[in-house]
Design a protein around this ligand. Structure first.
Ligand code: GCW
Length: 672
């Protein structure tokens, strides 16, 4: 009787979970074969998750036995695991869970189950949610926050919990083990009793999936929330306030991950308001969380209206502080020196901070990459950054190796991604934006993973190649008819977006009035901060275009290590991708292709447009393999993207033509 009741409950829970959210992400339900799971550990929540996932998803031999073994092993790092045909071995329970997800992924994508050791590149793989206490999401394009809502009662409903559980499961399935629940533009209220109570409720649901909760805090909280006269990091009352508040956080959430801080940045309060340094500020919080094993992720996204070159600011502020941070502080650095643009060179802080842990921050939400309209698969962009050689400790000092502990000794390592998740039924607004959430987790787990593999896995899991063949979907054709062309589309999509929006190193020329969607190279209303206006970045004039960051310009190149600095400094050796990032060049500058800069620019813009049209054709041909709902949604979005790509191209070319006075090359589609 008991077991019948239990099955009924389980059935109802599963049913509610499915009803809650129309889209199953990459975790689509499969009819499972029976499997016996034997485990050595005690029956913890994490282990229970691992077992139930295996039982729900087993695609192997019916009646097989799988062993989950907890075991210390020198070759297994952090929450890594050893997978073999017998089962999973790991040093931690989270490791067992990740091993189970890897096993199921292999079964579902038809990969062989050979013996393999898999260790995460980073100890902490963390999503940053820019979610506000009122439920809005800064730069969110998928509806309201899944965590917060404007609701003074703070009631946690069954629906909330079901959603958080699905969210936690999706994260765990790709190895994400942390979530910052609120915006880096933080409200001091987040540390008040009501919000902490809700954070605790969220942490309780995320815990069985190995996902730790973090909070973003406002540096002036001691004054704003605590009523102190100051928030000076060296003031004894301020130090005591943070200690007491932190103690309360850990009383509620014993495995709380730590604080994320945006300070002395874009008008946010910070240590510099009190004549103190970033190190003073970060260390204050690091000391508060240290007794509990907590971390401080301190962002390096700083720039000021007086900078002659915004790209140099973070390096200038942080490099002199190298070695002054506590070992539980990690400096969180955006991939590029400006701000998540479609293409940026890597931030020169990577590798330059040698005695301080540094973590990359990527933006999963597509603020500058077409938001929830454009299909842009971001793995190639992140891989480009991770693979960049900084040369800071000799050749091979890639961004990946300078941040994952391979090059510099560091106590902690981490990677952050700004989440694109919201209450939309498909979670991310665009169905293909789910792939970016997936890709972030996979790259944080393995920072050398090929984008091609990530796309392949995601497509197979999300579009369910294991579904029984129907008249519409003959299984044999799935690879040729769907997987190969759609994968190609995904892999080409980021370069296409660069081409139709900001080719050849152009950056920050988007519209400010449309929330960073679409072109706005002309935008510079009188009185606006220069460093917020596109002309500051493109510098278009009769004599040419581009930002001169060479040794005779702002000299931002000097922040890179040789031989890279010299390569970037010379337009003949600077890669085309970064040309106008580092150089101001005449319109008739001779490119490596032999064409003039103007013609090359026009060709790139046009190529981007043609690419999106090709994506439309590819998707149209994929119709037999996709359910009607997802097919139509993606088709509509591609149509909009295609029209908007033309707007980008025409706006860019007609705007820049006022300065170049050159004709549109004959081989491209003329502006409308
Ligand atoms: O890209 C800019 C965004 C802001 C964001 C800021 C940051 C959270 O436009 O919305 O604020 O970066 O990263 O702090």
């Amino acid at each position: 009787m008991k077991s019948i009741l239990f099955s009924l409950l389980l059935f109802c829970a599963t049913f509610t979970l499915r009803a809650e959210n129309g889209h199953q992400l990459w975790l689509r339900p499969h009819p499972a074969a029976p499997v016996t799971v034997v485990s050595s550990g005690k029956n913890s929540a994490l282990l229970a998750t691992a077992k139930s996932e295996l039982q729900q998803g087993w695609q192997g031999r019916a009646g097989a036995t799988v062993k989950l073994t907890l075991k210390k092993d020198k070759s297994i790092k952090y929450d890594g695991f050893r997978l073999s045909p017998q089962g999973v071995e790991a040093a931690t329970e989270a490791g067992l869970l990740y091993g189970v997800y890897e096993l199921l992924r292999r079964q579902q994508t038809g990969q062989p189950l050979t013996e393999v050791i898999s260790n995460p590149s980073y100890e902490h793989r963390v999503l940053n949610h820019w979610d506000n206490p009122d439920g809005s999401v800064e730069r969110g394009y998928a509806g309201k926050s899944i965590f917060w809502r404007q609701d003074s009662s703070f009631v946690v409903t069954g629906r909330d919990k079901a959603l958080w559980q699905q969210y936690a499961r999706a994260n765990a399935s790709v190895g994400i083990n942390g979530a910052v629940l609120n915006n880096v533009n933080a409200s001091p209220m987040i540390l008040s009793a009501d919000y902490l109570g809700r954070a605790k409720a969220i942490a309780d649901v995320l815990r069985p999936y190995g996902v730790k909760v973090y909070l973003a805090v406002k540096f002036s909280s001691p004054a704003l929330l605590g009523g102190l006269k100051t928030s000076d990091p060296l003031d004894p009352a301020v130090i005591a306030w943070w200690k007491a508040r932190t103690r309360e956080v850990y009383r509620q959430i014993p495995d709380f991950g730590g604080f994320l801080v945006k300070a002395s940045s874009e008008g946010q309060p910070g240590p510099q308001d009190f004549g103190r340094t970033h190190a003073d500020g970060a260390n204050l919080l690091a000391d508060a969380v240290r007794p509990y094993g907590g971390l401080v992720m301190w962002r390096a996204f700083v720039y000021s209206p007086n900078d002659k070159d915004r790209a140099k600011q973070a390096y200038n502020e942080f490099v002199p502080l190298d070695g002054k941070f506590r070992d539980n502080v990690i400096i969180q650095v955006k991939n590029g020196p400006i701000d998540f643009q479609p293409r940026e060179p890597f931030s020169p802080l990577f590798g330059a901070l040698k005695k301080t842990a540094v973590m990359p921050e990527f933006q999963i939400t597509q603020e500058y990459l077409g938001q929830a309209i454009d299909l842009v698969f971001l793995a190639p962009m992140w891989a480009e950054c991770l693979r960049s050689d900084t040369y800071q400790a000799g050749p091979g000092s890639t961004v990946a190796r300078c941040t994952d502990g391979s090059v510099y000794p560091q106590k902690h390592s981490a990677m952050a991604g700004v989440s694109n998740v919201g209450l939309d039924t498909n979670w991310t607004g665009h169905d293909f934006a789910q792939a970016n959430w997936y890709a972030f987790g996979r790259l944080a787990w393995n920072n050398t993973l090929a984008s091609e593999q990530i796309a392949d896995e995601w497509l197979r899991l999300t579009f369910d190649n294991s579904a029984p063949p129907t008249a519409n979907q003959p299984a044999a054709d799935f690879n040729a008819g769907f997987l190969t062309p759609v994968k190609q589309l995904m892999l080409a999509s980021r370069e296409a977006a660069v081409d139709y929006s900001m080719p050849l190193g152009l950056h920050h020329i988007m519209s400010a009035t449309h929330g960073h969607y679409g072109p706005g190279p002309w935008w510079a209303p009188p009185g606006t901060r220069a460093d917020w206006t596109p002309p500051y970045y493109h510098q278009a004039a009769a004599n040419g275009v581009g930002f001169d960051r060479t040794s005779t310009g702002s000299n931002a190149v000097s922040q890179y290590h040789e031989p890279l600095a010299g390569q970037l400094n010379n337009p003949a050796t600077c890669p085309d991708e970064y040309l106008l990032w580092f150089h101001h060049l005449p319109w008739d500058f001779k490119m490596k292709s032999g064409r003039t800069l103007w013609d090359e620019l026009a060709l790139h813009y046009d190529h981007g447009v043609q690419q999106v049209r090709q994506f439309q054709r590819t998707w149209d041909a994929a119709r037999p393999y996709v359910d009607a709902e997802r097919f139509a949604l993606v088709q509509n979005k591609l149509r909009t993207q295609s029209g908007n790509a033309v707007i980008w191209k025409d706006a860019g070319l007609l705007y820049f033509q006022q300065f170049s006075h050159l004709p549109i090359p004959a081989e491209i589609e003329p502006p409308m």
